[in-house]
Design a protein around this ligand. Structure first.
Ligand code: T4K
Length: 369
């Protein structure tokens, strides 16, 4: 039986990729800001109207480059606990302490009152996450940041293609970091990027991703190796060509799922209250953890593998952080599943997922499970 996974990479035709690789072979330039990296960065700026766009090796390194570039005094960074572990590890690798804010139970994004509760004299920045590509309340966040003189680094790992007030969502904040991982709407296999309106921050980030070298190859700052390679950039260039089609397909499938499941009172959907999402994931929140686990089990018997993103709530990862309570995040974490959603997923496969969810909920209602 064919496996239906939570996601599958969207890939351009292989011959288009190979044609670009031919040039890489001819030039012998594999990395160090080569022509394809420069072309990919320019094409991303042209396509999404990003003021600056700096590629790096992955989304985790993008967060670290952003935090380094801001050159903040070491202190606390407020981050939602409903996120992937990379948001936290990036903060900690850069020598800051994560302080957990809770989330809005509808948008699943950081709750502004919780941000206010966590601010103190040690706070240096806020790192909100645009969870599953759904925009945070960026205007509310910037108002708080201005009031307390804090920097804002968005974890926009999921957010390429999302918009707010008809502008790219990643343009907001001092810096936004995104991921170009195989599982993302646009992928370079592994990859990430930083977006900023500030040319000065852009220059600093260019130095940081290249060992701290300036244009003259003098070491001017503490950096590391965060460069994207030519073979990754080539994949980005060819995949970018089909981005609009992938986005359109994702949105149509998202709406199809939502309409098909909306009559089930035992589940809820993520709300998008600000701007437009990129529909990159299809999360469903069930009424209890036990129902969630029944659904997971029934689907896996049919070789269908949704994922518990994000489970567990990262504030409970006792091996790496000090626990502090964020009850909404902990609760949602235990009841959420991201259902399969990707370009090559067929409507028959989606119907199989929907029918299984309906049938488990039906048995649940009459107490048969
Ligand atoms: N901030 C946030 C909020 C994030 O969600 C992430 C990453 C980051 C920061 C850091 O960005 P990166 O450093 O990763 O660029 C995945 C991804 O590895 C991770 O990028 C992502 N978020 C996270 C939410 O999910 P896994 O371990 O659940 O993925 P994995 O490898 O099991 O893949 C999921 C499914 O995709 C599989 O069932 C099969 C399919 N798949 C996966 C890969 C890698 C493929 O078909 N082909 C592939 O090459 O973490």
């Amino acid at each position: 039986m064919k496996k239906i996974l939570v996601t599958q990479p969207s890939l351009a035709p292989l011959d288009e990729y190979v044609a670009l690789l031919k040039g890489v072979w001819d030039r012998g330039i594999l990395t160090h800001n080569g022509p394809l990296v420069q072309r990919f960065e320019q094409e991303m700026k042209d396509k999404f109207h990003f003021p600056n766009f700096l590629t790096v090796t992955n989304g985790t390194i993008a967060l670290q480059v952003a935090l380094k570039a801001l050159d903040l005094p070491k202190g606390e960074i407020i981050v939602p606990s409903f996120t992937w572990v990379a948001s936290i590890s990036a903060i900690q690798w850069e020598g800051f302490t994560p302080v957990f804010a809770d989330i809005d139970p509808q948008t699943l994004n950081i709750d502004l009152n919780s941000i206010r509760d966590k601010i103190n004299e040690r706070t240096v920045a806020i790192m909100p996450v645009h969870v599953f590509g759904v925009p945070c309340d960026v205007e509310g966040i910037h108002q708080i940041a201005d009031e307390y003189n804090l920097k804002v680094v968005y974890d926009g790992a999921h957010a390429i293609g999302s918009t707010f007030k008809n502008k790219p969502l990643l343009e907001y904040g001092d810096i936004s970091a995104t991921s170009l991982h195989a599982t993302k709407l646009l992928n370079t296999a592994e990859g990430g990027a930083c977006v900023t309106r500030s040319d000065e921050l852009q220059r600093r980030m260019e130095e940081i991703r290249f060992f701290g070298h300036n244009q003259e190859k003098e070491i001017v700052t503490e950096g590391f190796n965060g460069k994207m390679t030519e073979v990754h950039a080539a994949l980005g260039i060819v995949n970018l060509v089909q981005f609009d089609e992938v986005f359109r397909d994702r949105k149509v499938k998202y709406v199809y799922y939502k309409e098909s499941l909306s009559s089930i009172r035992e589940l809820e959907f993520q709300h998008c209250k600000y701007g437009e999402s990129n529909y990159s994931y299809f999360p469903v929140i069930f009424e209890s953890e036990s129902l969630t686990l029944e659904i997971l089990s029934a689907l896996s018997k049919k070789n269908i593998y949704p994922r518990r993103y994000f489970y567990p709530s990262v504030n409970t990862l006792s091996g790496i952080v000090k626990y502090s309570s964020t009850p909404i995040s902990e609760d949602i974490s235990s009841r959420i599943l991201c259902l399969p959603l990707y370009y090559s997923l067929s409507y028959n496969e989606i119907d199989e997922v929907i029918d299984t969810v309906r049938s488990v909920v039906g048995m649940w209602r009459i107490g048969k499970i």
